[in-house]
Write a protein that binds this ligand. Structure first.
Ligand SMILES: Nc1ncnc2c1ncn2[C@@H]1O[C@H](COP(=O)(O)OP(=O)(O)OP(=O)(O)O)[C@@H](O)[C@H]1O
Ligand SMILES: [Mg+2]
Length: 288
């Protein structure tokens, strides 16, 4: 029996932007009527066109901002701010440049009141888990993009949060590193049973990782549809991408997104929105 871990109830998020000159400030909705449950131990992937409100949604889950209306519950309690029950991996590498890889992973553990030796032991364990034991003493500028993202993942795991919130963590990586990290993440998820909300704008990535894939609309972001990924794609087989079901689901998600990407394009560049540009973005979506 799966229980509900996270519950979005009619969540709306509005931003206020400065108006023209001395004109009044504009308000615009970034998220509209988001209602969605995430189950305990579920891996939920969330896809949507660029600028549709994905990071905004994750910030809300992280408690970094509050909804304008509606509410978000975690274990039945309203989220009121950041807490250690949720680990976040941000869209941009968020490592402290003056701390080594090991010290970056240790960050946060001191707040938990652990002694130095315990902190070190935990940090070493998680660096090991992401395959970076040999790089413990390296500083971020001495690490590749993939390694930095591994450190960020190790850090988010180190204080053992129940929920992992990940905002396009692999988007900046080359295809091979991305696939390696996807496999590692699935391994960690299987081993730990954590609830994961994973944002991406890559269709393949969403279908490879998610048990369900929530597709968002263009701005203001709403949940357009939630697609169940067949269990046959959730085995431990390395090559799910070559299975026929993979192609089918991928196509389904692609179709849902296509309309939204085109809408987003029109919104950004008016009536002259070029179909060519929309086509390019769709190609990008297909390959990330
Ligand atoms: N703090 C803010 N103040 C005003 N507007 C904001 C703020 N944060 C985000 N926005 C706007 O809200 C909308 C959604 O932004 P968000 O970063 O959530 O999109 P996204 O789906 O994560 O995009 P991307 O795929 O490019 O990362 C955008 O129009 C953005 O300009
Ligand atoms: Mg974003």
């Amino acid at each position: 029996m799966s229980s509900v871990k996270i519950s979005f109830e009619h969540v709306r998020k509005e931003f206020v932007t400065r108006g023209q000159g001395s004109g009044p400030a504009d308000r615009f909705p970034a998220l509209e009527d988001i209602t969605l449950d995430v189950h305990t131990g579920e891996f939920l992937a969330l896809v949507g066109p660029s600028g549709c409100g994905k990071s905004t949604l994750l910030d809300l889950l992280g408690g970094l901002t509050a909804p304008t209306s509606g509410r978000i519950l975690l274990d039945g309690r309203r989220i009121t701010g950041p807490a250690r029950d949720r680990g976040i991996v941000f869209q941009q590498y968020a490592l402290f440049p003056w701390r080594t890889a090991l010290e970056n992973v240790e960050f946060g553990l001191d707040i938990a009141g652990l002694k130095a030796a315990q902190r070190r032991e935990i940090a070493r364990h998680f660096l090991d888990l992401v395959g970076l034991s040999d790089f413990a003493r390296h500083y971020p500028h001495e690490l590749s993009g993939g390694m930095k993202q591994r450190v960020a993942i190790a850090r988010s795991l180190a204080y053992d949060p129940e929920v992992l919130l990940m905002d396009e963590p692999f988007a900046a990586l080359d295809a091979q590193t991305r696939e390696t990290l996807q496999t590692e993440l699935l391994g960690i998820w299987r081993a730990t049973g954590k609830t994961i909300v994973f944002i991406t704008h890559g269709i393949d990535e969403a279908v490879v990782l998610g048990q369900r894939v929530a597709v968002m609309t263009s701005l203001p972001g709403r949940i357009k549809e939630v697609v169940d990924i067949p269990v046959s794609l959730r085995g431990e087989s390395d090559d799910v991408r070559s299975l026929p079901e993979f192609g089918h689901v991928r196509h389904e998600v692609w179709n849902l997104l296509r309309e939204e990407v085109q809408k987003a394009q029109q919104g950004q560049s008016g009536a002259s929105a070029s179909a060519h540009r929309a086509g390019r973005i769709l190609k990008e979506l297909a390959h990330v």
